[in-house]
Ligand binder design. Structure first.
Ligand SMILES: Nc1ncnc2c1ncn2[C@@H]1O[C@H](COP(=O)(O)OP(=O)(O)OP(=O)(O)O)[C@@H](O)[C@H]1O
Ligand SMILES: [Zn+2]
Ligand SMILES: [Zn+2]
Length: 806
């Protein structure tokens, strides 16, 4: 029993991690539980907000008059004790508010919407009543949709106290239902009914028998029709006669791509290295140890099989497992593999699902109908209980870090949950992040190695082509002679190729040849990108779109030229140079529609094309035995970025994409085109030598005082007025400088490299530190004050361990 509840409320601009105290109405004192969502009054009384119960007390020690909880939104808690604790920890780690963290952890369907209504409390003149209120007592109040005169009239009414604003919180979570039937009579009563039936009424007779066979159950109407071979009309007659009741049955929206769960595939026989890894992990599973393993295995070494066998172990012991993969829609192959192994025991969570589908998968996990969860970043919050194992595949992927508040890294959350449950965590990759590999070096993580490809297939041979030389030999082209010949050869042999281009769009930008004018986004400091499919110029940051100019807006010359390359342009050149090649293109433009990823990959898998041309999204996880050639058109794109992780990202990308070649019996070849053939990231990727890359890169990081030797935190400030943003960041810098002392290194403040975006100016600074006890408290203080500043249009974000430094 509880009389008093501690509630964290969701009030924008007045966020705090401190709960408010409310009185629990008598009716619910036995029902209310920690982790339930509630609606509570806030402020001067008429305002209603959503909150989450985080604590309960039996009796009040509070003297003043407490406000009462308005209503309970859940019959069962949506957050258990573990997830509540996790949200608290996360808020503290990522400089966010706990309520924001809770929202991130719950499916979108459970997020409520607060609506404002204008309620008439006094008579108004007829004209106003009809025009403004459409003859109703209450209208939804949305100032954005009102004209200025309308709004001012309403404000006047408010002042005269003729209307009041009421807030209502609306829950969007709606389980999907279908029509079902359930018998209404007892067995004997059905017998009685039968005796009164006309002998001609055969269908009704059959219905009676059917109903007798399902007494006590509720069956979906579609199913009932199939099982009884009776029509809907007969069931309707039955309902009219009072033989059966029609009911709503809750169903799960199963994502269509994942319905085929018929085949359960058996485990593969492990090779020696795989066996060593599986044994080590399984031992930790058996003993409930919260050990972290780093599974470093070359591409095609069978890491996935290791994951699957360890997951099996956890499930066989009655436990659950979470497996994270980077943005899952990119790797339908992996999901399919897990599904083939565990059937309907798998729940899948990823951004390609509708909110309804996500909510239903979440409920299947919550109801313990699924014990294995596969998903992208946010699946780490899956409401599993009794967790026995967590796996992070491709642990180096930057998409595991959320780039908006709360800026959590799934790897850190995974560690927290693993510790909570005493469960092992496996981080797998062919190219681990330097942070993780360094921890293995220090024995904080337990390192496991798969040095060989499965069945001793050799690693593909990698050739680096110097594009500077190529340019001297022939006219400008995206293809070196070597790559074109290799592609042609594959087509003759009936083998397939994957080509990766590090960009999107037809051409990066257009420029006037006479005056050098480049078309810029009016809202951002960035040039617009040409898109041939829509025949427009687009801004990739704010979405601004305009027509392609025929004449230069600056000097009116007609000499407008397209510069840069993009997948569309490469596709056109390829079609011209290899006219008989069947090409599939995969980039942001061809995969915008739901299900297109899967479709393109399936077509390629069915050998409907010879060449799969795409951006980064084709680099990961694909396992096609017939692919024997991988080409990288421009390995350099990422190297020039002013980011200390540029080499690391390039090495990872080249290794991943190279790994797609020669995974089965036919040997593979990789051709990397570059203007920097001697760069160590490219040379070491050529040799498949991650360990050497790790050593070289660590020295550079050591010299530059970068992660993993130092921690980093980035602070960004933005405002529509550049001077306001600049002043704010310099004020912040001196505030931090005063508080921190000399143990931290401060970079900046500087304008961000894309200084203006969406009409706002951005300034940033980065703090590097090894340990500083005061920094955390100071940054928390910054977060608290940032809310007041937000009302003045100033946005401040604190980003722990940013993944990109541009
Ligand atoms: N023990 C085994 N015996 C036979 N085949 C295996 C074995 N283990 C894995 N394989 C097969 O080898 C191929 C490569 O394995 P898998 O995709 O698991 O490698 P990976 O290390 O996860 O690859 P990548 O990191 O490159 O995506 C798959 O087709 C898989 O079915
Ligand atoms: Zn823009
Ligand atoms: Zn011009």
């Amino acid at each position: 029993m509880a009389e008093i509840a501690q509630v964290i409320v969701d009030v924008p601009t007045m966020q705090t991690n401190r709960p408010y105290t409310y009185q629990v109405p008598q009716e619910w004192q036995y029902q209310i539980k920690i982790g339930m969502r509630v609606v509570v009054p806030f402020g001067n009384g008429t305002r209603k907000v959503e909150g989450v119960v985080v604590g309960l007390d039996e009796t009040s020690t509070y003297d003043g008059q407490l406000k009462k909880i308005d209503s309970l939104m859940d019959l069962n808690p949506v957050l258990n004790d573990e997830l509540l604790q996790l949200s608290q920890w996360m808020a503290n780690q990522t400089f966010a508010f706990q309520i924001t963290c809770i929202h991130t952890m719950l499916p979108a369907m459970l997020k409520t919407k607060t609506q404002k209504y204008l309620h008439l409390i006094d008579e108004v003149d007829e004209e106003t009543f009809l025009t403004q209120f459409h003859g109703l007592d209450e209208i939804e109040f949305n100032p954005e949709k009102l004209t200025k005169p309308q709004l001012s009239q309403l404000l006047k009414l408010k002042k005269q106290e003729k209307v009041e604003v009421v807030y209502r919180v609306r829950d969007r979570a709606k389980p999907k239902t279908v029509l079902g039937i359930s018998p209404a009579l007892t067995f004997e009563q059905y017998e009685e009914q039968r005796s009164t039936l006309n002998s001609q009424a055969k269908a009704q007779n059959r219905l009676l028998s059917y109903l007798q066979s399902i007494i006590g159950k509720t069956i979906k109407l579609t199913e009932a029709r199939q099982n009884s071979d009776l029509s809907t009309a007969v069931f309707n007659t039955g309902a009219k006669k009072g033989w059966l009741i029609k009911k709503k049955v809750e169903i799960y929206r199963t994502p269509t791509a994942l319905q085929d769960t018929a085949i359960i595939e058996s485990q593969l026989k492990l090779n020696d290295e795989q066996q060593i890894a599986v044994s080590a992990i399984n031992q930790a599973v058996d003993q409930h140890q919260d050990k972290t393993f780093l599974l470093e295995g070359v591409t095609g070494s069978g890491k996935t099989e290791v994951y699957l066998q360890c997951i099996k172990r956890a499930i066989d012991q009655g436990q659950t497992a979470i497996m994270l993969v980077p943005e899952i829609s990119l790797t339908p192959q992996i999901v399919a593999r897990v599904k083939r192994r565990f059937g309907s025991d798998v729940a899948v969570l990823h951004s390609g699902l509708s909110n309804g589908e996500k909510y239903d998968e979440w409920r299947r996990i919550e109801n313990q109908e699924a014990h294995v969860v596969v998903g992208a970043r946010s699946a780490i919050f899956a409401p599993v209980t009794n967790l026995g194992l967590i796996i992070l595949d491709e642990e180096h992927e930057t998409s595991y870090k959320q780039d908006e508040t709360p800026r959590y890294h799934a790897r850190d959350v995974a560690k927290w949950r693993a510790k909570y449950h005493h469960a092992p965590l496996v981080l797998g990759s062919a190219t681990p992040s330097l942070e993780s590999r360094a921890r293995a070096e220090k024995k904080v993580y337990h390192q496991l190695m798969l040095t060989q490809r499965v069945n001793h297939h050799p690693m593909p041979e990698v050739n680096v082509v110097d594009m500077r030389q190529e340019l001297r030999k022939h006219a400008e082209s995206n293809f070196s002679t070597e790559l074109l010949e290799a592609l042609a050869q594959r087509i003759t042999r009936g083998e397939q190729s994957i080509l990766m281009l590090n960009r999107r769009g037809y051409s990066s930008f257009i420029m006037c040849r006479d005056c050098g004018f480049v078309l810029q986004c009016p809202n951002c400091d960035i040039s617009l990108t040409l898109h041939m499919d829509t025949h427009t110029m687009k801004c990739h940051y704010c979405g601004h779109e305009e027509a392609i100019p025929d004449i230069c807006p600056n000097c009116h010359s007609h000499q407008i030229r397209y510069y840069g390359t993009g997948t569309q342009k490469v596709e056109a050149e390829l079609a011209e140079k290899l006219p008989n090649a069947r090409i599939l293109r995969m980039d942001v433009d061809t995969t915008r529609r739901k299900g297109m990823h899967e479709k393109i990959l399936r077509q390629f898998g069915d050998h409907k094309a010879d060449i799969l041309l795409g951006t980064q999204m084709i680099a990961k996880g694909l396992d096609y035995p017939n692919v024997t050639l991988v080409g990288v058109l421009n390995a350099d794109t990422g190297l020039g970025l002013p980011d200390f992780r540029a080499s690391e990202h390039t090495f990872q990308l080249l290794t991943q994409v190279s790994g797609r070649a020669g995974r089965a019996d036919k040997p593979g070849q990789v051709i990397i085109q570059t203007y920097n053939p001697d760069h160590y990231a490219i040379q070491l990727a050529r040799k498949h030598d991650f360990e050497r890359f790790f050593q070289v890169e660590m020295q550079i990081r050591h010299r530059g005082k970068y992660p993993p030797y130092f921690y980093t935190v980035q602070i960004t400030v933005s405002h529509e007025d550049e001077a306001v943003a600049a002043k704010a960041i310099f004020d912040l810098a001196s505030f931090l400088n005063n508080g921190l002392g000399s143990t931290c290194i401060m970079l900046g403040p500087t304008p961000r490299s894309i200084a203006r975006m969406n009409r706002r100016y951005y300034y940033q600074m980065v703090i590097k530190y090894q340990h500083n006890d005061r920094l955390h408290a100071l940054l928390m203080q910054v977060m608290q004050t940032s809310q007041k500043l937000k009302q003045r249009g100033l946005q401040i974000s604190v980003d722990p361990e940013p993944q990109y430094f541009i």
